[in-house]
Design a binder for this molecule. Structure first.
Ligand SMILES: NC(=O)c1ccc[n+]([C@@H]2O[C@H](COP(=O)([O-])OP(=O)(O)OC[C@H]3O[C@@H](n4cnc5c(N)ncnc54)[C@H](O)[C@@H]3O)[C@@H](O)[C@H]2O)c1
Ligand SMILES: [Zn+2]
Ligand SMILES: [Zn+2]
Length: 339
């Protein structure tokens, strides 16, 4: 089968590899669509914390089951599915609390023990495979995974008030977080981005204010909107060097800052603002299975996110798919690769 590998920094190659052989508890999926994710971009650019070339791209996937292992109970050939792309060891203290995202030896796609999803076929154990309603498109099903990241980020917030939420960075994850926050009852959601297209998209999806930090003072605008008080929570979904300080400056005393962006280098932070204003800083790593199930339910109930799909490219064009997201010369939110 064909699979798209990152073979060296910023170079993608289609290689012919064997179709995975499934184990008794696994299914084989004929892949229909996969999504290009920010973390694929990190692999592509050589900045991913643990995925290194040569590696198959992808972890967002939708397709049909074409083979089931002998121990598979609740799935059958022909089911339309998506995959929660991590497998816990089942033994560690985090797996025992259903926190696969924190498992110290979890398996993820695109590593030596599990192929990435940019391939014609993809295997996965039944426990991480989720059914998608027949009437939902493969593209929408592919968005379950990044939506689950957004649902998890919102679920990690402990501040009870839902008056004002600031989302710093309105790429795929930021925009999906806007949707998840809107659905969970946040009243005023303020988004930032350096791209006008993304800001327009945020407004269309219900943001009350969309701020371009290249043109306006984000802190001042948020303070004005909140009558000087500051927002309850700021979520970091962009990689700019000043982003933690900006987040700290837009939240109120005893507010929270959530770090979702994968910034894998040191950046400057002025820690005293966390002390003086008693702020909480938390991280959000992918999702728990409950977040993933919630995202599946949202998509299965017909949540329409088709606006977010800005490009569709075939597998052979995977190099272009990564370039589009990397260069951002054209308006782009989610690039879908069709297999
Ligand atoms: N924690 C997790 O589990 C998890 C999961 C997926 C992605 N991520 C990370 O989240 C981040 C966002 O992912 P994405 O897929 O949305 O990426 P993306 O590139 O689509 O979005 C980032 C957005 O930030 C904008 N931006 C750049 N500079 C900015 C600034 N100074 N202020 C505001 N916006 C700015 C860009 O224009 C872009 O729209 C990435 O770092 C990604 O690796 C984390
Ligand atoms: Zn993803
Ligand atoms: Zn574990």
């Amino acid at each position: 089968m064909k699979a798209a590998f990152v073979v060296e920094k910023e170079k993608v190659e289609i290689r012919d590899i064997e179709i995975p052989k499934i184990k008794n508890d696994e299914v084989l999926i004929k892949v229909k669509t996969v999504g290009v994710c920010g973390s694929d971009l990190h692999l592509f650019k050589g900045t991913h914390p643990f995925r290194k070339p040569p590696a198959i791209l992808g972890h967002e996937v939708a397709g049909d089951i074409i083979e089931v292992g002998s121990n598979v109970k609740n799935l059958k050939i022909g089911d339309k599915v998506t995959v929660e792309p991590h497998i816990g060891c089942g033994e560690c203290e985090f797996c025992k609390q259903d926190l696969i995202n924190l498992c110290i030896s979890k398996k993820t796609p695109g590593t030596p023990s599990w192929n990435g999803t940019f391939a014609e076929y993809f295997n996965a154990p039944e426990k991480v495979v989720h059914k998608i309603n027949d009437k939902i498109s493969y593209e929408m099903a592919t968005l379950v995974e990044p939506l689950a990241v957004a649902v998890h980020a919102i679920n990690r917030i402990t501040v009870k008030e839902k008056d004002t939420l600031v989302i710093l960075g309105s790429g795929t994850i930021g925009l999906l977080t806007l949707v998840a926050a809107r659905e969970s009852g946040y009243r005023s959601i303020i988004c930032t981005d350096t791209q006008e297209f993304n800001l327009q998209m945020a407004l269309k999806q219900g943001a009350i204010l969309a701020i371009n930090p290249l043109k306006e003072d984000v802190v001042q605008k948020v303070k004005e909107f909140t009558n000087g008080r500051g927002a309850d929570v700021a979520l970091i979904m962009a990689d700019a060097k000043n982003i933690v300080d900006q987040a700290a400056a837009v939240v109120r005393k005893r507010g929270e800052v959530g770090m979702v962006s994968m910034i894998t280098e040191s950046i400057p932070v002025y820690p005293y603002s966390f002390v003086f204003n008693e702020l909480t800083l938390f991280g959000a790593m992918t999702y728990e299975t409950n977040d993933f199930i919630k995202a599946v339910e949202m998509i299965n109930s017909g949540l329409d996110l088709s606006d977010f799909i800005t490009q569709k490219i075939i597998l052979e064009g995977s190099q272009k798919a990564l370039n589009v997201l990397n260069e951002k010369k054209e308006n782009v939110v989610k690039v879908i690769v069709e297999i």
